[in-house]
Design a protein around this ligand. Structure first.
Ligand code: 5RP
Length: 226
């Protein structure tokens, strides 16, 4: 099985997970990235069974619309029953690093409005400890150097992701070689740096369910210790 096959398998599993809960009032929260794209493509077959979606990026919004799925503003939609998205890393507590696609801020906002966060990922994303994948931090452009210096004090090796402008008009710093012993504390610590919009640790609000695709099939995992 290729990685793309695994992504499609978890997208199919997510469809199975949410399909019984859809009705004409349902607005879904939809993430960003190649795994989320597989989910959007499969969601197209259910487009008459629910009202529409809130997207975590302009790219996902365009893909949803291309399938005839209506895209709503989050301020209109209110609380969402589900948020479905991929991850760059996920641990046993279903805490994640996200933002490889630079959509972390809108992803975190939409996830915050969801009753259930379903993470869909192939098995390469499952880690014991978060931090091998460089942690993205979205920053207000004029604060980039300041935030980078503060990140060095926290033990990171920050690298400006050149040429990338987020959907919010901001910039991304990727933190390499980061020792993230306590993801909840580190998420709050980085977010407290002035000029930071948010960081890619999804620890205080992790996923509620992980659909993890591997050679043996799709595992259905809930957070350890919950
Ligand atoms: C985008 C994200 C994605 O969810 C993450 O990068 C995973 O992407 P993919 O499914 O393409 O591996 O956080 O900002």
């Amino acid at each position: 099985m290729t990685q793309d096959d695994l992504k499609d398998a978890v997208a199919a599993a997510a469809i199975t997970e949410i399909a019984p809960h859809l009705d004409r009032h349902t607005i879904l929260g939809i993430g960003t990235g190649s795994t989320a794209n597989c989910f959007i493509d499969r969601l197209a077959q259910l487009r008459h069974d629910f009202k529409g979606a809130v997207a975590s990026s302009e790219a996902s919004a365009a893909r949803l619309r291309s399938h005839g799925i209506e895209v709503f503003e989050l301020n209109y939609a209110g609380t969402l029953p589900f948020y479905i998205d991929g991850a760059d890393e996920v641990n046993a507590h279903l805490q994640m690093i996200k933002g490889g696609g630079a959509a972390l801020t809108r992803e975190k906002i939409v996830a915050a409005c969801a009753e259930r966060f379903i993470c869909i990922a192939d098995s390469s994303k499952r880690v014991e400890r978060l931090g091998t994948f460089p942690l993205p931090v979205e920053v207000i452009p004029m604060a980039r150097s300041y935030v980078a210096r503060e990140l060095v004090k926290l033990g990171a090796d920050p690298v400006y992701r050149e040429g990338v402008v987020t959907d919010n008009g901001n910039q991304i710093i990727d933190c390499y070689d980061f020792n993230i012993a306590d993801p909840v504390a580190m998420e709050a610590r980085i977010n407290a740096i002035v000029g930071t919009v948010t960081n890619g640790l999804f620890a205080a609000r992790g996923a509620d369910l992980l659909l993890l695709g591997g050679e043996q099939g799709v595992e259905r995992l809930t957070p350890v210790g919950s």
